[in-house]
Design a protein around this ligand. Structure first.
Ligand SMILES: Cc1cc2nc3c(=O)[nH]c(=O)nc-3n(C[C@H](O)[C@H](O)[C@H](O)COP(=O)(O)O)c2cc1C
Length: 208
């Protein structure tokens, strides 16, 4: 093959592409966290690949003013949870990481066992085997021994467990502020700065 032909067929180096993050939403309470994460990623010009479980759709409808179709419209690509042939199901697809937000104990258990019978658990499994960033916004309370054991094992396998626990020191005036702070801290883990929450800078004496 002449050198020109080789050039023509050369692929765009991965360093020139947009950052690419898989966002999975499951049926734990806290659908707004996933929605706000998608909005922030869009604002940061990150390419998003969204997968939603059946129970994520139900909680979106119940807990928020969004319809699942509006949430899907926030992502660049949407994959069916049953599509095990979606690009993100393969380690050869260059995703920079994945966030499961919110993450139910059921999906946590599936990831823990490596039982990949849907696209969310399969893609999380891929992230672990490829040593890529995986953040699980695991939500349940109280936590049983099973939940805690699953979280510890998954953390030891390289994922980050991020329970969406509010930071009361920000003295939030609204639930929205608490959500923004949580979403900001989640995306910090991908080295992305949403810029819309206050960071701790020591005691702010005299200003309270
Ligand atoms: C309103 C609502 C809130 C729920 N909250 C939680 C929760 O916080 N954590 C959890 O593990 N499961 C929660 N569940 C149960 C999950 O939806 C259920 O276990 C489901 O099978 C999870 O499946 P998925 O991980 O495929 O979405 C909730 C269900 C409903 C209807």
């Amino acid at each position: 093959m002449p050198p020109e032909a080789i050039k023509t067929h050369a692929r765009v180096p991965s360093t020139t592409r947009r950052r690419r993050i898989v966002v999975a939403m499951t049926g734990a309470t806290g659908a707004i966290l996933g929605i706000k994460a998608l909005i922030a990623l869009r604002r940061l010009n990150v390419e998003t690949h969204l997968v939603m479980s059946k129970w994520a759709e139900a909680t979106i409808k119940y807990e928020t003013d969004y319809h699942p179709s509006n949430v899907k419209a926030l992502a660049d690509h949407v994959h069916s949870i049953n599509d095990m042939a979606a690009p993100i199901s393969s380690g050869s697809f260059k995703a920079d990481g994945m966030i499961v937000v919110p993450c139910s104990m059921k999906t946590l258990a599936a990831i823990h066992s490596g039982f990949c019978d849907d696209l969310i658990s399969r893609t999380a499994d891929v992230m672990l085997k490829e040593r890529r960033r995986l953040v699980l916004v695991a939500r349940e309370t109280p936590l049983s021994d099973i939940h805690l054991r699953n979280m510890l094992d998954i953390s030891r396998s390289g994922a980050i467990i991020f329970p969406p626990v509010p930071a009361f020191y920000i003295r939030a005036a609204s639930v929205e502020e608490l959500v923004d702070q949580s979403v900001g801290r989640m995306l910090d883990l991908f080295d992305l700065d949403t810029g819309d929450f206050e960071r701790w800078e020591g005691w702010q004496t005299g200003e309270r």
